[in-house]
Write a protein that binds this ligand. Structure first.
Ligand SMILES: Nc1ncnc2c1ncn2[C@@H]1O[C@H](COP(=O)(O)OP(=O)(O)OP(=O)(O)O)[C@@H](O)[C@H]1O
Length: 232
């Protein structure tokens, strides 16, 4: 097990819980989708996992991780190369373009932009920069907050290939996403959250069983669970 989360309560200010009773694990070699409506508490859960949520009552066990934030975080006065260099230095790597960095730059077609400033890039290009930075170093865990945001179909396909490779190498990957069609195809398990609580978690088959609809899509399942929950 690479990620083990048991959060009783978590939030941004004292006495105001945004998330409660969040319990789940992500095993080595697993890709797990964190699914929920806008404001459900996905990013808050990811922040609690990374130890940056101000108020957390609970336990989080997690190895070293690569992180793709919900919105690109870029330094205004750093070129793309300087961003990569900075990340490599923090990771204790030599101050040169590693083979992995070259490979990622090629995959996401940013090799010709190395000396430009990412704050001037398009949304999708900025997202690619965040993906490159997250995948530069090898980690046991990856936390991806809406990684498909702004990507064109080719980049999306390339990201899916990278996720498959990381899984095959034994990484535990937790990904929040609104792209339910894609999530349904690629995730091994799902955690559905609403109002800061877990509605249901499991494989597609077990979720279908839970809503008694044997051909339901992930979106159908999520809709059904939301409706049941709001009627309770
Ligand atoms: N920095 C913050 N300070 C206070 N409250 C916050 C902060 N960030 C988020 N919240 C609140 O926490 C709740 C959950 O937000 P969160 O960002 O976790 O949702 P999300 O599931 O990631 O949504 P989305 O799909 O829109 O990204 C919301 O009510 C939001 O207003």
């Amino acid at each position: 097990m690479t990620i083990d989360i048991n959060i009783h309560k978590g939030g941004y200010v004292e006495n105001e819980a945004i998330i409660s009773n969040i319990q789940f694990q992500v095993n080595s070699g697993e890709l797990v989708g964190l699914i929920g409506s806008n404001g459900a508490g996905k990013s808050t859960t990811l922040q609690a996992m990374m130890g940056v949520l101000p108020i957390v009552d609970g336990q989080v066990t997690i190895g070293t991780y690569g992180y793709v934030p919900e919105r690109p975080i870029l330094y205004e006065y750093f070129t793309l190369w300087e961003h990569i260099d900075f990340y490599l230095r923090v990771a204790g790597k030599e101050n040169s373009l590693t083979n992995r960095a070259k490979e990622l730059l090629e995959i996401f077609q940013l090799d010709h932009k190395l000396h430009d400033y990412p704050t001037t890039f398009s949304k999708g290009m900025q997202q690619k920069v965040m993906l490159i930075l997250a995948f530069l170093d090898k980690h046991s865990t990856y936390i991806l907050d809406e990684p498909f945001m702004g990507l064109d179909p080719q980049a999306m396909r390339k990201l899916l290939t990278i996720l498959e490779e990381l899984k095959a190498q034994g990484a535990a990957i937790l990904m929040s996403t609104h792209a339910l069609d894609t999530a349904e195809k690629i995730c091994d398990r799902f955690i559905l959250i609403d109002h800061g609580r877990i509605l249901q978690q499991g494989t597609l088959a077990s979720l279908r069983l839970a809503v008694k609809q044997d051909k339901a899509s992930l979106l159908d399942i999520f809709d059904t669970l939301l409706e049941e929950n709001h009627h309770d």
